[in-house]
Ligand binder design. Structure first.
Ligand code: C5P
Length: 232
């Protein structure tokens, strides 16, 4: 089975996105593209997505987190974007929100998968505590994974450090892990204790990885070759 890789297209520059797509095609890997707030909010971002090749797997990383009615309206407003396969929501939005989002998604597009985001990979135990949480990252992620499962979500977004634990709870769900770096790359704003290499992420049970700056900064063609090699 080919490994699924989501390249995070974190830019507002359409030419940069076209370049990322053109330079990252691979025969061994299933390369897909993730678009987040930066691109989606940009002037031409949304219409670019609506015109993308239907064969591409698009991951829209909007990390919804609001009252159920607002989230459902947001999901409904994506109705025209038929090529989106994945959409993210924050699990800490709660059971009601997650349930209603899943129901709304099913109505607008049967193929749209809803992924629950656990503790962001930029967090450390210390920074989590500052937000008022008393649990450790590990325990909070376990709790959130159970909540996502009971809410009927299709997958979980977590650090690959927690993927093994999450897999025990979410056996048949997708486990998608950001916070990925190729050897020697700077962790930047990600937390150094939650960053993992592509190979280790898959070994830990990730069904797909998300990788951004390790591929999109510098020489994209060389970076993708480095990624392919690292997974051999
Ligand atoms: O450049 P880098 O590989 O760090 O990008 C990671 C991508 O994954 C970003 O687009 C970020 O928004 C997203 N993400 C994350 N941590 C999460 C969920 C999503 O870094 N927990």
């Amino acid at each position: 089975m080919s490994k699924k890789i989501f390249i995070a297209c974190d830019t507002t520059n359409l030419n940069k996105v076209r370049k990322i797509i053109n330079y990252t095609q691979s025969t061994n890997l299933k390369i897909c593209y993730k678009f987040g707030l930066e691109f989606f909010y940009s002037k031409s971002g949304r219409s670019f997505l609506s015109k993308m090749d239907k064969k591409q797997t698009i991951f829209l990383d909007l990390k919804l987190n609001d009252i159920p009615n607002t989230c459902v309206s947001a999901v409904n407003s994506l109705k025209d974007l038929k090529n989106i396969k994945y959409l993210t929501v924050h699990i800490n939005g709660g059971y009601e929100m997650l349930k209603t989002i899943k129901k709304a998604a099913k109505k607008i597009n049967k193929k749209l998968k809803i992924l629950g985001v656990t503790v962001l990979t930029s967090f450390s135990n210390q920074s989590l505590k500052k937000t008022g949480h008393t649990r450790s990252i590990k325990n909070l992620v376990i709790h959130q994974a159970k909540l996502a499962k009971s809410s009927g979500l299709d997958g979980i977004v977590c650090s690959a450090k927690e993927a093994k634990l999450v897999k025990k709870i979410c056996k048949n769900m997708e486990i998608i892990t950001p916070g990925i770096r190729l050897t020697g790359d700077n962790v930047q704003d990600q937390n150094k204790n939650r960053v993992v290499s592509p190979k280790s992420a898959f070994n830990n049970g990730a069904t797909a990885i998300v990788i951004g700056r390790s591929i999109t900064q510098g020489n994209i063609k060389k970076n993708i070759q480095k990624l392919i090699k690292s997974l051999e």
